[in-house]
Design a protein around this ligand. Structure first.
Ligand SMILES: Nc1ncnc2c1ncn2[C@@H]1O[C@H](COP(=O)(O)OP(=O)(O)OP(=O)(O)O)[C@@H](O)[C@H]1O
Ligand SMILES: [Mg+2]
Length: 706
């Protein structure tokens, strides 16, 4: 009798949980609808209040329409920034800012947010202020803009006295040429001197725009909360007539509401772009429990797919692991170095610079290597261990392919990594829930990886175009009934808990091996681990944590739904992959890596050379990978033709060298793709490798590189 009652209670608990999940989904939907409703209502109000004297309402805001600055904007976009066409929402955002509206931009990493404030800054009269959270980001941006001939400055701890004087004079008296001024949030909240100069600039009508980049730093719900961002509300209060544009790649709703409130931009026009990154190929691979095997695979992946020093990032769990992985990659001939929070700032910056200048192929980093990354041509991001949530994985993997070209995101997953992460995140708000979401993503062998992101960010699904492993390759999957194994685990845990003891994941597996030899032999070690993790996700088991003086241990205990399994009401099946079928016929097979062809490689060399000659410019600022690809296919032979591809400014600066390079290449009669063929021929590979073997020496003696 008592058993029946307990059992029904359990079932009700499960159903209640399901109902709660549904309610949550409906509430999210309701919130979205309310939001859209209020957007439409305020739009309607605006139409009514702006009715013309004749009583005819003026058109609803149409940011894609024509504006008086159109041709000037096109000219600056192409001839200064060298950007051939706008990406989604860029033009509309620029038009809204230029119309004097406050604007909130939610756009995926690499979507092109910078142009949305840099272009209006150049079109407007006076100075645009940009608040950005990191010195390295600011330095990169100022460097890039200066290379375009744009008068951009910064006020930071590294600014020279002369530059500071120049900036203050420009703010106060309008002397000297200053169009874009970058500061950290601390400048706004802590420097009275700066704020008083800014006030003078405003009073003289010379403050044209305020831009808050990485605006999610305002919110505690965001992943990079910065207390000083909280004080930025003062900007709207003190300079009410200046439009504010806040930009972030974070799609979480709470963050958006927070920052609208904090920045006092309730009436802002909001532009939300999709979280989709169509150029990224997502894949998850099983991670061997033998460390060296994992590194071998990673090295093989990099050397096989990226033999021309294409940039990449490898993310690791701990600082020690970063150092180890970097060392082992170097031993395998890959130019790699590590980056983590224990290094002093100079050492970190040096590694970052070598990587940005394409002198180092791979940075092996902890999550500390994050927001400051501005490199557009990162071709691959590899996770040596899983991230702590879908959100962080999206952000970290999203550092690949910011230039829009095909790039790869590879995650190595093994269930044994779960307790390592869970003992770090369990004290965070929803930490375990978030971790289990990404674990589900990793365990899934059928669902489109992109769909998981859409679901996570509550966005409607879009076509993946075969750009994830699950869509691109069919797997041979077999389902194995593992109820007996699960039951064995439950009874062992009952016994352990009955003795007031606990067991870790490994200890549990050991005990199964001892007590149920025949069962244990049916599953491989990795499969048993996979089963435990699946039982954790299904709440049949749960994790508990215990602190010691040095660490936090994660234990596996019996969860809410153990009885369902124990009584056979719930089946337990394990999906085991026995191979990959290859490209499935019905899915679109898309090429998901960029390999540089003959002329492209030459131009890549040239941009590196030019960047080191000109100093203080990154190779990608000289020519973007996209521009290299256009030059290589169109092979311009005159300055006019060249200008129509890369714009006036770059043609003036580098035109002769580029045209020479192309002419030489054509004169030699090399068919396009000549070098690529050479690289691809197996007999040529060893040569290539041989050359790469020298890389470690290069890294160790890198003193003179900067
Ligand atoms: N319309 C465009 N066409 C081609 N390339 C573009 C366009 N707009 C921007 N880019 C390029 O895309 C890359 C990423 O742009 P940007 O740095 O502005 O991204 P972001 O949205 O600020 O990303 P993050 O969130 O990572 O800071 C840059 O190299 C930029 O030059
Ligand atoms: Mg940006």
């Amino acid at each position: 009798m008592e058993d029946d009652v307990i059992e029904e209670l359990m079932t009700i608990d499960v159903e209640l949980q399901e109902v709660q999940d549904q309610i949550k989904r409906l509430l999210d939907r309701q919130e979205k609808l309310y939001e859209r409703q209020s957007e439409l209502k305020s739009l309607l109000d605006e139409c009514k209040t702006s009715e013309s004297p004749s009583g005819v309402p003026v058109a609803v805001e149409n940011w894609s329409g024509q504006f008086e600055w159109d041709s000037r904007a096109d000219d600056v976009r192409f001839n200064i920034f060298g950007i051939p066409t706008y990406r989604a929402n860029q033009r509309e955002i620029i038009n809204a800012v230029m119309s004097g509206r406050d604007v909130l931009v939610i756009m995926a990493a690499g979507g092109g947010k910078s142009l949305c404030y840099q272009l209006p800054a150049l079109l407007g009269d006076g100075v645009a202020l940009v608040v950005s959270p990191l010195l390295s980001l600011i330095q990169d941006q100022v460097m890039g803009l200066t290379a375009f001939g744009i008068p951009a400055y910064m006020l930071t701890s590294t600014t020279s006295k002369d530059n500071e004087k120049f900036v203050y004079k420009a703010l106060e008296k309008g002397e000297g040429e200053l169009k874009i001024l970058y500061v950290t949030p601390e400048k706004v909240s802590k420097s009275k001197r700066f704020m008083s100069k800014l006030e003078k600039c405003y009073n003289a009508g010379r403050l044209s725009l305020i831009s808050i980049d990485e605006a999610h730093c305002c919110s505690q719900w965001g992943h990079d909360f910065r207390p000083d961002y909280k004080n930025l509300g003062i900007l709207k209060t003190q300079f009410p007539n200046v439009p504010i544009i806040a930009l972030t790649a974070t799609a979480i709703k709470k963050v958006q509401t927070d920052l609208i409130e904090m920045l006092h931009i309730a009436k802002c026009v909001k532009f939300v772009s999709s979280v989709n990154r169509p150029n990224l190929f997502y894949m998850v691979r099983e991670k061997s429990s033998v460390g060296k095997v994992v590194i071998d695979e990673i090295a093989e992946f990099i050397q096989g797919s990226y033999p021309n020093n294409e940039s990449g990032i490898v993310y690791c769990f701990s600082r020690k692991e970063c150092e180890q992985v970097a060392h082992e990659l170097r031993q395998r001939g890959i130019s790699a170095d590590y980056y983590h929070a224990d290094m002093d700032v100079n050492a970190r910056e040096k590694v970052h610079m070598r990587w940005s200048n394409n002198k180092l192929q791979v940075i092996v980093g902890t999550v500390a290597f994050g927001m400051g990354i501005n490199k557009p041509d990162v071709r691959f991001v590899i996770h040596h261990s899983l991230s702590k949530s879908m959100e962080t994985y999206y952000q970290e993997s999203g550092r690949a392919g910011r230039d829009g070209l095909p790039s790869e995101c590879l995650l190595y997953f093994r269930p044994g990594d779960v307790p390592r992460q869970s003992s770090m995140v369990f004290y965070e708000n929803s930490g375990l829930q978030n971790l289990y979401d990404i674990v589900r993503y990793c365990q899934s062998k059928r669902e489109c990886r992109r769909s998981s992101f859409f679901r996570h960010f509550a966005e409607s699904t879009r076509d993946c175009n075969g750009m994830c492993d699950n869509c691109a390759y069919g797997r041979d999957l077999k389902e194995v009934d593992v109820a007996r194994h699960a039951k064995a685990m439950i009874s062992i845990l009952q016994e352990v808990q009955g003795n007031e003891q606990r067991a870790t994941m490994l200890q549990l597996m050991e005990k199964v091996k001892v007590k149920h030899k025949e069962l244990a032999s049916e599953l491989k070690k990795e499969e048993s681990e996979q089963l435990i993790v699946q039982l954790l996700l299904d709440r049949v088991l749960k994790e508990e944590f215990q602190h010691t003086a040095y660490t936090t241990n994660a234990y596996v205990t019996i969860g809410l739904l153990w009885k369902q399994v124990h009584t056979g009401k719930k089946t337990v099946k394990l999906e085991i992959c026995s191979g990959i079928k290859g490209n499935t016929g019905n899915k679109k097979a898309t090429k998901h890596t960029v390999s540089l062809s003959g002329l492209e490689l030459k131009l890549d060399e040239l941009r590196r050379e030019l960047s080191s000659i000109h100093g203080g410019i990154f190779p990608h600022s000289v020519l973007s990978t996209q521009q290299i690809s256009m030059l290589s296919s169109q092979k311009p032979s005159s300055r006019d033709q060249l200008e129509s591809i890369i714009g006036k400014l770059k043609t003036e600066k580098y035109g002769d060298r580029i045209l020479d390079k192309i002419q030489n290449y054509v004169d030699l009669g090399q068919p396009d793709g000549g070098l690529l063929n050479e690289v691809d021929q197996p007999e040529n590979r060893p040569n290539k490798r041989l050359k790469r073997q020298k890389a470690p020496v290069l890294i160790e003696s890198s003193e003179d590189e900067e």
